[in-house]
Design a protein around this ligand. Structure first.
Ligand SMILES: C[S@@+](CC[C@H](N)C(=O)[O-])C[C@H]1O[C@@H](n2cnc3c(N)ncnc32)[C@H](O)[C@@H]1O
Ligand SMILES: [Zn+2]
Length: 481
């Protein structure tokens, strides 16, 4: 039996802390992700769709968290001198059980303080316990507030902002964007996940317009359109607050789109927002697609096939996506840092010169050859020997524990991004080129070689294994092949 400080009897079954203790003991289990032990709900490891109670944890989001660790680490390594005045802080505004932030605390020594927030007290208790198990409790601070209270309190009371803020809500991040952008410091980084893929991929255009001020298209390359709409939306919200944005990285998977964006306090830069935004027109008749600046005259007919001709009722309409971000979305310097590529395309450079013996690829020309030689990629992977974690403290998570498969997936994604023509906001797929030619499609290497021989630029895309980018139009591609 127990009593409170005034001598009143406490029925322990009513005590929320006891109930949380019980749930932690009975319903949670330790698991490993990266080199971090995490206390997670047992049920989340058993079911395909992770339950929201007693707390939310999605094991399938591991790839996204692995990538976060790499991007945050390189971001701080490259830009930490711009945040001299204070600690390097990361706020995980929807932390859940702390899968991302406790990993950051453990696996990125370059981040001084990690601040977790979640409305669910059980999730926060689990995160505290994980921090204790991993010996990073001193680095962590916890809040159980509504996200707006959490993000705005920091800004208005302490006049300090976070260097990195992560936003990983259920569904759309749209309604949190204002608070998010207010909470990040000048030059800081925000990482944002959107899981309302049906909306961003064009299934519900009206919802997309009201949430993201943009029209999507449901087409082959909707996943790239989705991240570009998300970036444009952040730019539009930032612009209202005299902030400007600079995309750093983006990726898209079946269930989510995720973007990394730097935020600057600058109304001058914010004025340039419209230069970065534009539209894509896509003709569903002939596959022609084009980028247009923000101020363009709506084309009524397709330049190529006349699609959208009102006199011809069988013609399908040209679809228009946008406004969306039409300028580059990858900070190649940062991606190269993650991959250890220096200015001469040497791997193992920068702060990891001492690790050359384990990181150097089989051929010095590997980097330039990769587009045309798929075999080299697999050769490189098979020759990649994982470095001892003690020698790569910032990367130990992904390298030490991660399965070879996840590691290859991340490497391939980042590598393709480092070579991607990302000023082209759309891609083509091998299959659609095949059906346009009415033959079986040529292999990727042949397509890219012919594009280069024709004097055009070409690259693969990180958004799809069978996708490629080029400044050649569909008509020109067909002629070249
Ligand atoms: C998708 S989960 C976060 C997952 C976590 N980032 C991870 O990597 O495991 C979203 C979280 O937001 C929390 N949440 C929902 N509404 C909230 C609100 N208004 N304020 C704060 N947290 C909220 C939920 O409790 C849930 O843990
Ligand atoms: Zn057309």
């Amino acid at each position: 039996m127990s009593y409170d400080e005034f001598g009143r009897f406490i029925d322990e079954s009513d005590n929320p802390n006891n109930e949380i203790d019980r749930q932690l003991t009975e319903e949670f289990i330790p698991t490993y992700e990266g080199s971090t032990a995490l206390l997670v709900p047992k049920e989340s490891l058993r079911t395909k769709v992770p339950p929201r109670t007693p707390a939310f944890f999605n094991p399938a989001a591991r790839l996204s968290r692995d990538i976060s660790i790499l991007i945050y680490t390189s971001f701080i390594r490259i830009y930490s001198n711009q945040f001299k005045n204070g600690q390097i802080t990361l706020a995980d505004a929807f932390s859940g059980v702390g899968a991302r932030s406790i990993r950051v605390a453990k696996e990125t020594p370059c981040i001084d303080k990690v601040i977790l927030n979640d409305l669910n007290p059980i999730a926060i208790r689990a995160a505290r316990e994980s921090a204790r198990i991993n010996n990073v409790a001193d680095k962590c601070l916890y809040f159980e507030n509504d996200i707006h209270v959490f993000l705005n309190a920091r800004n208005s009371i302490k006049k300090e902002r976070y260097v990195i803020v992560d936003l990983d809500p259920f569904g759309s991040p749209s309604q949190y964007a204002d608070s998010l952008l207010r909470a990040v410091t000048d030059g800081g980084l925000v990482s944002v996940t959107a899981t309302d893929t049906a909306v961003l991929f064009g299934k519900y255009p009206k919802v997309c317009f009201r949430k993201y001020y943009s029209n999507p298209i449901n087409c082959n390359y909707s996943n790239e359109i989705a991240v570009r709409i998300l970036i444009s939306f952040l730019g539009l919200v930032a612009g209202r607050m005299d902030l400007s944005i600079e995309p750093v990285f983006a990726h898209s998977h079946r269930h989510y789109s995720r973007v990394y964006v730097r935020v600057w306090v600058s109304s001058n830069e914010a004025n340039k927002l419209s230069d970065n935004l534009g539209y894509i027109t896509h003709c569903f008749n002939c596959g022609d697609r084009r980028t247009h600046p923000f101020t363009f005259q709506l084309p009524l007919l397709c330049n190529i096939c006349g699609g959208n001709d009102r006199n011809n009722k069988n013609e399908r309409k040209i679809h228009i996506a946008g406004p969306l971000w039409i300028k580059p979305i990858f900070n190649k310097q940062l991606i190269s840092d993650v991959l250890y590529i220096d200015g001469n395309n040497n791997y193992g450079a920068g702060s990891y010169v001492s690790n050359r013996d384990v990181l150097v690829p089989p051929s010095k020309d590997y980097h330039s050859d990769i587009i045309s030689n798929e075999h080299m990629l697999s050769e490189y992977y098979s020759k990649w020997s994982l470095p001892p974690p003690s020698r790569l403290p910032c990367l130990e998570s992904s390298i030490q524990i991660s399965s070879q498969k996840t590691f290859r997936q991340i490497f391939q994604l980042l590598h393709l991004a480092s070579l991607e023509l990302d000023d082209q906001p759309y891609y083509y797929t091998i299959d659609e080129v095949g059906s346009a030619l009415k033959t079986s499609p040529p292999p990727m290497n042949t397509i890219l070689e012919r594009i280069a021989q024709g004097g055009f630029c070409g690259s693969r895309t990180s958004f799809r294994p069978t996708g490629f980018k080029t400044n050649a139009s569909m008509e020109e591609i067909k002629k070249l092949l």
